[in-house]
Design a protein around this ligand. Sequence first.
Ligand code: AMP
Ligand code: GLY
Length: 435
Amino acid sequence: MRVCVVGSGAREHALALACARTAEVVVTPGNPGIAGRSPEGHTISSLSAPPGEVEADLYVIGPEAPLVDGLADRLRSRGATVFGPGADGARLEGSKSFMKEVAAAAGVPTARHQAVTRVEEAERFFAALDGGPYVVKTDGLAGGKGVLVAPSLDEALADVAAKLSGEAFGAAGSTVVVEEALSGPELSLLVLCDGRRCLPLPAAQDYKRLGDHDAGPNTGGMGAYSPVPLATERLVEQVMDEIVQPSLAELERRGISYRGVLYAGLMCGPQGPKLVEYNVRFGDPEAQVVLPRLDGDVAELLRAAAAGELPDKVVVRSDLAAVGVVVASAGYPGAPRLGDRLYGVDEASTVEGVMVLHGATARREPTDSAARAFATAGGRVLTVVGTGTDLAEARERAYRATDLISFPGAQHRSDIAAAPAGPGTTATPRARSER
Ligand code: AMP
Ligand code: GLY
């Protein structure tokens, strides 16, 4: 099989490596750090070409923007087998108010909210809550950076005004969603869907804030781990029964056949799991820790989902844990600094059980003599994934490798998987932090 993975981040690197257990993989637009050979001997090439011009038996679309833009529909209309929802299903991520509308129609537990286009409407909504924190979101896509959880009402209202004015997020902020704050440990549950059936993958926990102990601004995600002790079989069943299945049924009622991965972002507080958001693709960095834990032929599994032929179950490697640490460039998540030379990537890759996944790297051009010299080319530069027989071993390996990597202004969190959320946990480091 030949698989075309669309995208260029560490998530796509993880998807490429997983598919290249059994298939040849082309990643477009890819990045120079992705190209190579899988341990199983299949080639992974990075090619800057429109996906429609790449011959493949299966197209796997990584990021949300092309999905929202209808790439899956365009490829399917030419007869291609595509893993990823059409533009209709991708609205779940492309518009937070659409997601809330589907959740309400499906009776899914989620935060109370209102879509607003004027600051006064937000003021009235917040006044009716029992105090903060106050949550403000752009309705449209904002690369994981469009959410503010503010302890003070003034800060929240100033953010509503900035988003509505277009200065902060352009058209994505022309409608703003204001919400009550939920609390409790967060969980990412990625669910494979084939238009009829759905299968949960192993749960992961993501660290959205930039700094240790959840200090600093929201990012696209600074690290993740899997398994999550909190995600018992019972909890996952509850999420599937109360949240995921009713949502998919509501989509079906609207004539939307969803093929791809539905990512449920959840908060698991004392009132049970509640839906924070849906994403319509693998999480980044969740994919980097979930995909290594899938047993067997991942390319075939994704093809089966794309073709409406999901098997009865996904076989998970319960003997394998994974911890991913994102290394970000100076300035992230604001304006990432580009062109900083990376050191230690090859050394880090030789640590047992470690994969260094390239998110935003470029070849250091043009005069550098080092054979594999890379420089920063965006915000989340690398994800260093450690695997091991348990979280402690995976974490030790991930950080041992991360410590070998350096470049000016490099940022990473040091508390990924330091206190995994377990059953009965009422607070993770994130929930304890001051917002
Ligand atoms: P989203 O882009 O909707 O996933 O939001 C990004 C992050 O903001 C989430 O992972 C949470 O950490 C936080 N967040 C979003 N909505 C809420 C909420 N209603 N209450 C508390 N935190 C939230
Ligand atoms: N890690 C969060 C996301 O992919 O949206």
